[in-house]
Design a protein around this ligand. Structure first.
Ligand code: MN
Length: 246
């Protein structure tokens, strides 16, 4: 067998493997998407929709383990602790609390902002990433074409905006009230929900998301992780904002 044919057969085998793996992965992601929105009190750490090393080399296993198992777990624990003595607020949906922080007693307002935001943001983040490569398709692709001139240009803008975040924070693709798509950033664990925008995609640019592997090279991290976006999940969120089921 000549090399070309062998390479071709191997590529077919890889493509076949990807096809047979994808449905199982997608159903896990869909199951895990149930955790989007953070669940209810007492909050629990959602499972990752893939193995801790599944996103290597973009995200190394140790970073994933610490990020999910320590940082995210910490937000969940502290959010539960903050709400423990406030049952009337504990029973409200997390999104409602984040959308209306002034309705919370001062004693827990900042805790819910930071730890509730942390829990909500990371729950979205894990389900926004994929070990399998996807292209942006569907209704969101058309909207992104209109707003940003295509998905490559969107990714480029997410990267440059993520680089501009000073200190810890997030870069987002969100939908405004009138349906307009915007790229925006937030500091710390603040979420666009706080000013009435609906996040479709959030990229964590805290150093804890990349420092072990990339040290100070945030641009390299962003380039790599932006290639791992679960576009079908992001499109599905967009369809939900339009009142259409994906
Ligand atoms: Mn994080």
């Amino acid at each position: 067998m000549n090399m070309t044919r062998r390479t071709a057969l191997r590529n077919i085998a890889i493509a076949g493997a990807a096809v047979s793996v994808a449905p199982a992965y997608l159903s896990r992601a869909q199951a895990s998407a149930l955790a989007e929105g953070g669940g209810g009190y007492p909050y629990r750490l959602p499972d990752l929709p893939y193995a801790v090393d599944a996103l290597e080399p973009a995200v190394d296993a140790m970073t994933m383990q610490i990020h999910h198992g320590k940082h995210h777990a910490g937000y969940v624990k502290k959010l539960n602790a903050a709400l423990a003595d406030f049952p009337e607020h504990a029973e409200r949906p997390l999104e409602e609390l984040l959308q209306d922080l002034p309705s919370l007693p001062e004693a827990i307002r900042e805790k819910v902002r930071n730890h509730g935001g942390g829990h909500w943001n990371h729950s979205l983040f894990w389900t926004s990433l994929s070990p399998v490569s996807f292209e942006l398709r569907g209704r969101l692709a058309a909207a992104v074409e209109t707003s940003f001139g295509g998905s490559d240009s969107l990714v480029e803008k997410l990267k440059s905006s993520g680089l501009q975040v000073f200190g810890s924070g997030w870069v987002w693709l969100t939908v405004k009230d009138g349906g307009e798509l915007v790229i925006e950033t937030t500091a710390n664990q603040d979420t666009p929900l706080m000013h009435g925008h609906r996040p479709l995609l959030g990229m964590d640019v805290w150093e804890h998301a990349y420092y072990l592997h990339y040290q100070n090279r945030r641009a390299e991290y962003l380039e790599a992780v932006l290639r791992q976006i679960h576009w079908p999940a992001v499109n599905q969120r967009y369809l939900r904002t339009l009142g259409v089921e994906g």
